[in-house]
Design a protein around this ligand. Structure first.
Ligand SMILES: Cc1cc2nc3c(=O)[nH]c(=O)nc-3n(C[C@H](O)[C@H](O)[C@H](O)COP(=O)(O)OP(=O)(O)OC[C@H]3O[C@@H](n4cnc5c(N)ncnc54)[C@H](O)[C@@H]3O)c2cc1C
Length: 488
């Protein structure tokens, strides 16, 4: 039942605007995988519209041809990489279809293949705001961010992608087009929250974060907020990890910032590789980057002064009073964009460094676990300790305000990679035992399936299997992602 009996060249007979490229054509190479896993599809379709996708999927369903969806290919789990079968690429489905503005309700409807950065800009041009902002927002596309329920630094205040999905049009595995709607607006997620197939039977909730395993997401209607608020950002340096965490705890006692990101010494060294990054504080063991919204100049001044005062107190206690002078600030658009670039350099340069060890059996091993924020100090301390014992260097950065820092290892060979994976599993077990989760934003994909059983019971995995079979009876979609095709 699972073998593909269809003839790919027959696909060309389906009347459609979509371009089909077959194996052997060098244009296919650029689409083969995502950031972490190369694939090898038999053919690729550059889909033009929902009707085309519907016809193509009906054909694939009929012939049990595996289908994988590919957005911006910035995924970190191998989910957009296809081993055989057909790859449906969305880059030509990149239009904004509709705007709706009435009273307080504002929505935009767009095709799945629009770059998130382009969408956010178009929304901002209408004096509105779409908050989801993964660091990769310029290269990731809307459909990919919904299929992974992406987050980003502003998720601390604005929640996850899930919180902004009003409705969607999908193409089911058998080619049927369906419209899914949400009744009431969701309240914003305060923490990373990922449950495979969302622990719900609501079809719309199921699609968000389903990593292309249940249906093709073709069009999305998104809830928008009024124009983005003004905010400032600061980057402060600390002589120890402990003092940086003291600052986080102190800050949260009086306010929840818009974003709060952690950067350890090694991650700072990757950031420093960016050409436009100024000389950073020598000897810093950690840095924090945070954002604060304000509505008036007076509030801007007040929030800044308050945070600086608290920072100075903590640096004084840590015996590094003068370090407060090294704090960098951004409040103009140009300065904030620069900060954003600096933050983006960290995963980009880590990915680049890790790529050079792929042929050696090495590469990047990165975590996506999260813990309740009060556990963050302990979690980070144990990671460094365990990594040292394994003679592996942990590079830690990311969304610490949500208890969600990413631990990265650059494994130079197969043995280091195995040991790093082992540490990752241990970290995830601890995260779950402490009330957190194994995966806060990247998804499970093809590379992290072993983590699933740490978080969910076998009964839940059974439930997921049943959902998958209901939506995709021939198991053609996203093969190898989240759960494996059962033996049958
Ligand atoms: C430098 C860097 C920084 C990153 N920072 C963040 C971050 O801050 N926050 C975060 O959450 N993630 C981050 N990521 C991970 C990644 O960018 C996100 O997971 C993003 O949402 C993936 O979008 P994409 O368009 O690239 O999807 P892809 O990688 O192309 O695909 C991801 C998944 O979505 C599925 N998919 C794609 N399109 C569709 C569709 N139309 N219908 C159904 N399924 C579909 C694919 O099959 C696959 O399972 C980062 C990655 C990089 C490389």
């Amino acid at each position: 039942m699972m073998s593909s009996s269809g003839n790919f060249s027959e696909l060309q007979k389906i009347p459609s605007q979509s371009e089909i490229i077959f194996k052997g054509d060098e244009r296919l190479v650029a689409y083969q995988g995502d950031v972490v896993l190369a694939g090898n599809p038999d053919a690729l379709v550059r889909a033009r519209d929902i009707q085309d996708v519907s016809q193509i999927m009906a054909y694939c369903h009929h012939h049990s041809i595996p289908v994988t969806f590919s957005g911006g290919r910035t995924g970190l789990t191998g989910a957009a990489s296809a081993e055989g079968g057909l790859l449906i690429v969305t880059e030509k489905m990149n239009k904004i279809l509709d705007w709706y503005k009435q009273g307080e309700q504002h929505t935009v409807t767009a095709q799945a293949g629009i770059y998130l950065g382009d969408l956010k800009q178009a929304v901002a041009d209408e004096a509105l705001f779409y908050p989801p902002d993964p660091t990769s927002f310029r290269e990731a596309v809307l459909g990919g961010t919904v299929a992974t329920n992406a987050k980003g630094e502003d998720a601390l205040l604005y929640g996850n992608t899930r919180d902004y999905i009003r409705s969607m049009r999908i193409v089911c595995a058998n080619g049927e087009i369906r419209e899914l709607r949400r009744g009431n607006k969701r309240s914003r997620s305060q923490q990373p929250s990922w449950t495979p197939y969302h622990g719900s039977d609501d079809p719309l909730e199921l699609m968000i974060g389903s990593e292309g395993t249940l249906a093709f997401i073709a069009e999305l209607t998104l809830d928008l907020l009024p124009e983005d608020k003004a905010w400032w950002a600061a980057l402060a340096f600390f002589p120890s990890i402990a003092s940086s965490i003291d600052f986080i705890n102190a800050l949260f006692k009086y306010r929840r910032p818009r974003a709060l990101e952690f950067i350890d010494a090694r991650a700072l060294s990757f950031m420093a590789k960016g050409q436009d990054v100024p000389a950073l504080r020598q000897g810093a063991q950690a840095a924090l980057y945070w954002k604060q919204e304000y509505v008036s100049d007076a509030e801007k001044e007040e929030t800044l002064q308050k945070d600086l005062l608290v920072l100075e107190g903590i640096l004084k206690d840590a015996g590094s009073s003068p370090w407060a002078q090294d704090t960098l600030f951004a409040s103009t658009e140009a300065e904030k964009t620069r900060f954003r670039h600096w933050r983006h350099y960290i995963p980009s340069y880590i990915n680049e460094a890790a790529m050079s060890f792929i042929d050696n059996g090495g590469g990047k091993v990165a975590s996506d676990w999260w813990v309740p924020r009060q556990k963050i100090r302990e979690a980070i301390e144990i990671v460094y300790q365990e990594s040292q014992e394994e003679k592996l260097e942990a590079i830690i950065f990311g969304h610490i305000g949500q208890g969600h820092p990413h631990v990265n290892y650059i494994a130079q060979n197969d043995d280091e990679k195995k040991r790093a994976r082992h540490l990752l599993v241990k970290q995830c077990e601890r995260a779950v035992a402490w009330g957190g989760g194994v995966c806060g934003e990247h998804g499970i994909g093809k590379l992290f399936k072993e983590l699933l059983a740490i978080q969910v019971s076998s009964a839940e995995i059974k439930r997921m299997n049943a959902i998958k079979r209901e939506w995709d009876p021939h198991w053609i979609l996203g093969r190898g992602t989240i759960i494996d095709v059962p033996d049958c």
